[in-house]
Design a protein around this ligand. Sequence first.
Ligand SMILES: Cc1ncc(COP(=O)(O)O)c(C=O)c1O
Length: 377
Amino acid sequence: MRSQFGEVSEALFLTQGYAYDSMEAAEARFNGGDPGFVYSRFSNPTVAMFEARMALLEGCEAARATATGMAAVTAAMMGQVQAGDHVVAAKALFGSCRYVVEELLPRFGVASTLVDGEDLDQWRAAMRPETKVVFLESPTNPTLSLVDIAAVAEIAHAGGALLTVDNVFATPMLQSPFELGADCVVYSTTKHIDGQGRCLGGVILGSQDFIDTKMQTFLRQTGPALSPFNAWVMLKGLETLPLRVAAQDASASRIADFLADHKQISRVIYPGRDDHPQAELARRQMKGGGTLVAFDVVGGKPAAFRFANALKVILISNNLGDAKSLITHPATTTHQRLSAEVRAGLGINDAMLRLSVGLEDVHDLLEDIGRALDHAD
Ligand SMILES: Cc1ncc(COP(=O)(O)O)c(C=O)c1O
């Protein structure tokens, strides 16, 4: 969409409201007779451009952008349920998503069951007549285990429920949940879609009917809207998304291979490697191994800390999908609120680090990792 000036870079409509030529024109906007914009909590031209492009990229009919990824997940859940309904979700969820399913929804009379996402029998057994939503992320954070999206979609649909997939780790470039049967896809666009660590954002995607009937009123009345400025940044991010993800995926694959051969590393988890426990599923539902690598350092937490503290190019940070490579120790950061037992159940141990591979020269990254591993000894 271009304004009358024919700008090449998308226009930033940093406005809250819209002026009408007459009272009659305002009336027509509000009663739907004229489809123009009325207020930026409902819609905004820059945000609408971002939404339209996300829908095209994902291959679905409609999208609504939100202020953060968590706003997208919360709205996607709340918009689909009411008291008395039931949600089934994988245990291995990003912590805040797990809070929404496990603690927030039950406060409003929506029961939830968490299952081992890899075990299809558990998904089947958890379904109830009142199950309305099935929710998963794949690959999961931080253990990069996978859920068979097509199989879970079948189970959800057989039980009369809709499947929502958090596709943050795979990105739109490496996995297409709608092609695998999902009804709703959510992203934290904070991650690869911005891709340069600047703005928070989120998006909910689905059919026009799904967005109109389940999301529109909830979003309009509760207001988790994306700022037009952040939408503009995200639009810039989309222009380079395929190139960035391809480069980061290639570097992650090389780094995973390097780590797997290193004596200081006892385990590497990367969905693109043949030794990933679900390598066959990864090949079936993903177009690459992704931009994240998880690994255990020999010597446990002290060695993992010595290694990460010795890195010079890779930054210690819990974010991901950035052009800068970022490393985190899930047990003491993103997953520290979980009990040691729950962490163990998810496969998160004290030796594990999660690396989000950026756009630096891969040789610099390999050198940084190799040198820092000498300090881990
Ligand atoms: C898988 C996953 N879902 C959702 C989110 C939430 O996104 P945001 O931080 O933009 O709210 C994150 C990251 O924070 C994430 O990793």
